[in-house]
Design a protein. Structure first.
Lengths: 255, 332
């Protein structure tokens, strides 16, 4: 009785409808990674960046990192959508229904994961046009799993923050003080070996580090750790953050 | 069994007591009103009864279920129309209703039947495929009332259902509310700070002020407390004699004179007008104007709280500002 499939489905469906109707949001959120791709990619293309791996040019290195960024921001926005629902009053409409809070969280995670995956795939499709090449179709299926795990992790984190905030204004602070450092520390833009030792220690606590490395291993076939290690760590983070996000959301005030 | 039974219900936010030990019962089929100024605790009460807020202390049962121990059972028995719009503007009217019906587990055929039925009821059939963000305020309210009815609730909560609507739409919504209560037997709890709304709709009214009930009765009996009709006269001259004359008449329950305006409270006022005018003239006063009115809930509110609802709201706004600057944070 705790898990209500219909409710999860309709929460997911609502997210899909909202997403498909927000054309400007879809394209707007693709612009940022596109700019990173073009300006960083072209700018550093001819520059020697140490530690990329044998035979890997910078664009090949950069694409999984930018994909990780797209997934990071898109999934954390699920937290923002909870806060918007709170502000526009729709959260009350959800919370007053006889649906278990766990099902409500699962519906949100399902919706957020789907939109995040779509954003990621759209972004990846763009890079193919810009000359990016995927190593193998079989490994690509693993890349999809990594994308999903990254989405779970940051949707969970987004829900934790959204459960403890009253309005969306504070969410900008989260973006600046949490998401950007997570992004820069993840090795999305350059190999972490180039960073001072103490920063590298912090980077190892960043879930996105393993997500990006796993994406690299599965998309271009080069990673700084065995992909299996990346998989285990990001899967553990995903499980932990989804569980924490659920606990926080369940215990938060409904209004 | 009562539709609602509340005992000593209290809600405290940090150092502010929003609801302060209220107790009441609402019978099935009643249309019960909570009347009070903004900030009196009406919405907090509704939020506790609809399981959105946990009471600090006290007990409440809705539809026979405890709001703390049987939250899902309570949620299944109620419909709520919130004070602020709670619709998804990016969905159409029908999609908002579909969402709701599915959250309540209605099956496809039943869903379609119920949605068509409630859309017809609020006359929004032809707007059902329009995005809600394009709706007017009155249409949004009607859609929300329709939504609150989809699951056939035993108890319907309406929190300020006509706030901010024009007179015509308000009238329209009053008719729906009455029809739901009379024809369909839905128990309705309504909050309002409009006197005429409470008077027109409710079978019983609780007057709420600073988180407490200061009175609870039928509108007619609440007005009876004031002791009858109010006659006011505008006079010139003979003031001292008037004070003496009317002060000595046993049928005058209350007498007051402010300058040239004389106010009398008495029963069956219409039968005394001629006598009052004669008495005034015998005192040498010239009568410019006579007004008779039945006491309004406004008078009742004044009687119980010592202030009009308008004054009350002004002072609440002051307290709010003080509180907000003291805490430096937003609260609503």
């Amino acid at each position: 009785m705790m898990i209500n499939g219909t409710a999860i489905y309709v929460l997911w469906l609502r997210e899909m409808k909202r997403y498909s109707r927000a054309k400007s949001r879809i394209f707007g959120s693709l612009l940022q990674p596109l700019f990173f791709m073009i300006f960083l990619g072209l700018g550093f293309k001819k520059m020697p960046v140490p530690g990329l791996g044998a035979g890997v040019d910078y664009i090949q290195f950069l694409v999984p990192g930018i994909l990780g960024m797209t997934l990071l921001f898109s999934s954390a926005m699920q937290g923002l959508s909870v806060l918007w629902d709170r502000e526009f009053g729709f959260l009350k409409e959800i919370m007053v229904t006889p649906v278990s809070r766990t099902s409500i969280v699962l519906g949100r995670i399902a919706g957020g994961t789907t939109t995040t995956m779509i954003q990621g795939l759209l972004m990846l499709a763009m890079t193919l046009l810009l000359g990016f090449r995927i190593k193998s179709a079989l490994l690509f299926l693993w890349a999809l799993i990594f994308m999903g795990l990254i989405a779970f992790t940051f949707i969970g984190i987004g829900l934790i923050f959204a459960s403890r905030m009253k309005d969306s204004q504070g969410f900008g602070i989260i973006v600046n003080f949490l998401l950007f450092p997570l992004f820069f520390l993840s090795g999305a833009l350059y190999p972490l070996d180039n960073l001072p030792r103490w920063i590298r220690v912090v980077a190892f606590a960043d879930p996105l580090t393993y997500g990006v490395d796993g994406l690299r291993g599965t998309l271009i076939g080069v990673s700084s750790r065995p992909v299996l290690v990346d998989f285990i760590v990001i899967a553990a983070f995903a499980g932990l953050m989804v569980a924490l996000g659920t606990v926080f959301f369940r215990s938060s005030e409904s209004i | 069994m009562d539709a609602i039974a509340v005992e000593n219900l209290t809600k405290t936010f940090e150092d502010v007591t929003a609801v302060d030990g209220i107790s009441f019962r609402v019978a099935q089929g009643e249309l019960f009103g909570l009347l009070g100024p903004n900030g009196a605790g009406k919405t907090t009460t509704i939020n506790m009864l609809s399981t959105l807020l946990r009471p600090t202390s006290g007990r409440a049962e809705v539809g026979g279920f405890d709001v703390l121990k049987r939250r899902d059972a309570v949620r299944k028995s109620i419909g709520v129309v919130f004070q602020e719009t709670a619709l998804d503007g990016k969905l159409t009217g029908r999609e908002n209703l579909e969402f709701h019906a599915m959250m309540y587990g209605l099956h496809k055929a039943e869903r379609k039947r119920r949605i068509d039925e409630v859309l017809t009821l609020v006359e929004l059939n032809d707007k059902a495929r329009t995005l809600v963000e394009k709706y007017s305020g009155g249409m949004k309210r009607r859609l929300e009332i329709a939504r609150g009815l989809i699951q056939n609730p035993k108890v319907l909560f309406l929190d300020e259902p006509t706030l901010g609507l024009d007179a015509q739409t308000r009238r329209h919504i009053w008719d729906y509310v009455r029809m739901l209560n009379r024809d369909r037997g839905v128990t309705i709890i309504l909050t309002t700070h409009y006197m005429e709304e409470a008077d027109f709709l409710c079978s019983r009214i609780a007057i709420m002020d600073h988180g407490r009930f200061v009175a609870l009765d039928t509108p007619a009996r609440l007005k009876d407390v004031l002791g009858g009709d109010v006659i006011s006269l505008e006079i010139k001259g003979g003031e001292a004699c008037l004070d003496e004359t009317f002060g000595a008449r046993p049928w005058v329950k209350k007498f007051a004179r402010r300058g040239s305006e004389v106010t009398l409270t008495l029963e069956k006022g219409e039968r005394r007008i001629a006598e009052i005018v004669t008495l005034a003239q015998q005192c040498g006063a010239s009568v410019d104007c006579v007004r008779l009115r039945e006491p309004s809930l406004e008078d009742v509110f004044l009687h119980f709280t010592g202030r009009t609802i308008r004054e009350q709201e002004a002072s609440m706004a002051d307290r709010f500002r003080t509180m907000m600057s003291a805490h430096g944070r937003r609260r609503s």
